[in-house]
Design a binder for this molecule. Structure first.
Ligand SMILES: CC(C)(COP(=O)(O)OP(=O)(O)OC[C@H]1O[C@@H](n2cnc3c(N)ncnc32)[C@H](O)[C@@H]1OP(=O)(O)O)[C@@H](O)C(=O)NCCC(=O)NCCS
Length: 178
């Protein structure tokens, strides 16, 4: 029987997070990128040193899902980068949410999302924004089930590649508009 828990990531998790993000992003976005662009994007964005630097910043946090002492999933919350989210001064952006394949569909993603939402609310933010690649319909179903709503679409432009995704938002405060 595997033993799982979720915790805030720490500096020594950088290498594991880099690998989980590299693999997860590659699998999800394979149909949306020119192959060389995808490889170069993953190498840049998910280099262990880049993740280590990101982990040190105080305006963001990562969660990790740990199975038998080993990180098998991650999620990052940070200030908005999406065009639709940037004007929202009470918005925080979810990204880098990947579980290794053997650990998906066991309910842990839902628990990580709930913990990320609670910490985001505790930090005083009112809305969570995210971008999900259009062909990734299972992840969309997951977010819609958890109360996220479609606000529009955005292209992520990287060299010759332009994968398009839906921008979703969830209000964390009862009574706020969606
Ligand atoms: C999306 C994800 C983080 C959810 O975590 P999880 O632990 O699998 O989710 P839960 O067990 O709480 O909920 C299960 C639901 O998640 C979604 N899901 C499960 N496996 C999935 C997969 N391989 N890809 C996308 N979504 C998936 C489905 O909606 C699923 O419902 P279903 O089992 O009825 O199809 C996880 O499945 C994952 O890492 N998927 C691949 C990467 C991804 O799409 N990340 C999101 C990028 S925006």
């Amino acid at each position: 029987m595997n033993s799982y828990h979720i915790r805030f990531a720490m500096a020594p998790d950088a290498g594991a997070i880099a690998l989980i993000c590299h693999t997860g992003f590659y699998q999800v976005h394979e149909s949306g990128f020119v192959k060389q662009d995808l490889e170069s994007f993953c190498q840049q964005a998910y280099a262990p040193e880049a993740i280590a630097t990101d982990l040190e910043k105080e305006d963001r946090f990562y969660l990790v899902l740990v199975c038998d002492e080993k990180p098998v999933g991650c999620l990052r919350m940070a200030p908005p980068t999406l065009d639709l989210a940037k004007p929202d001064s009470s918005g925080f952006e979810l990204a880098r949410f990947y579980l290794e394949q053997g650990h998906q569909s066991g309910g842990w993603g839902g628990k990580m999302l709930a913990m990320a939402e609670n910490e985001t609310r505790r930090r005083g933010y009112r809305n969570i924004w995210l971008h999900v690649f259009i062909p990734n319909s299972r992840a969309q179903a997951f977010y819609l089930r958890h109360g996220y709503q479609k606000m529009g679409q955005e292209k992520l432009i990287y060299r010759q590649s332009q994968p398009t995704g839906f921008v979703l938002k969830k209000s964390l405060v009862a009574g706020d508009p969606a």
